[in-house]
Design a protein around this ligand. Structure first.
Ligand SMILES: [Zn+2]
Length: 194
């Protein structure tokens, strides 16, 4: 069985392989599972992927999943957070966006013009990001996605989103769940290498 250019993920450990027939832990032949939602907890968010081929080892209990184009997937998750989540950014979302921007907490603090410890406080839930920095971080992320892809169409406009946002948004504690199908990131015009 060939996994098309994808990464095979084992819980918290990543493998890049072309064939996935045997368990990478014990060598037993794997059971192929299709049409089961995959909880992509490795990304640190409540993301469920649909239509992902999964593998289960009945001998040692390990689970694997073949995730095509993980870079594109992460970009789509980031766009989803920026555009679909209207509440103030939550700690794990802030961390996700920062990591996708390849920034250290100190670097993001410098970019946003806040003191070093502030970003860490947002990410561990000790402080709220607030209206201004919420919008600024989303803008930076969306701008970087546009930069990478070279696409500047109006559907990507963060300005429309900001116009819709209420002035004083409340913090929500419930994680925002994201469900995605592979075609949503494989066919997305958001650049990246497959
Ligand atoms: Zn095994």
């Amino acid at each position: 069985m060939t996994i098309h250019g994808g990464k095979v993920l084992r819980f918290n450990k990543r493998y890049r392989v072309n064939k996935m027939e045997n368990c990478q832990v014990c060598g037993e032949q794997l059971k192929v599972i299709k049409d089961q939602p995959y909880s992509y907890s490795e990304c640190g968010l409540d993301v469920v992927l649909l239509g992902i081929t999964q593998y289960h080892c009945e001998k040692c209990g390990e689970d694997f999943a073949a995730i095509p184009s993980p870079q594109k997937l992460h970009r789509i998750i980031g766009i989803h957070i920026c555009k679909e989540n209207k509440a103030l950014l939550q700690p794990r979302e802030i961390q996700f966006l920062r990591k996708e921007l390849r920034l250290k907490a100190k670097e993001l603090a410098r970019i946003l013009g806040v003191s070093d410890s502030v970003v860490s406080r947002w990410e561990n839930g000790k402080a709220s990001i607030g209206e201004g920095n919420d919008r600024l971080l989303r803008s930076i992320f969306m701008a970087s996605v546009n930069e990478i892809s070279g696409i500047h169409d109006s559907s990507m406009s963060i300005l429309d989103l900001f116009m819709e946002l209420p002035l004083k948004r409340k913090e929500i504690k419930t994680p925002h769940s994201i469900n995605l199908n592979p075609q949503e990131w494989l066919q997305a015009e958001c650049g990246g290498t497959v």
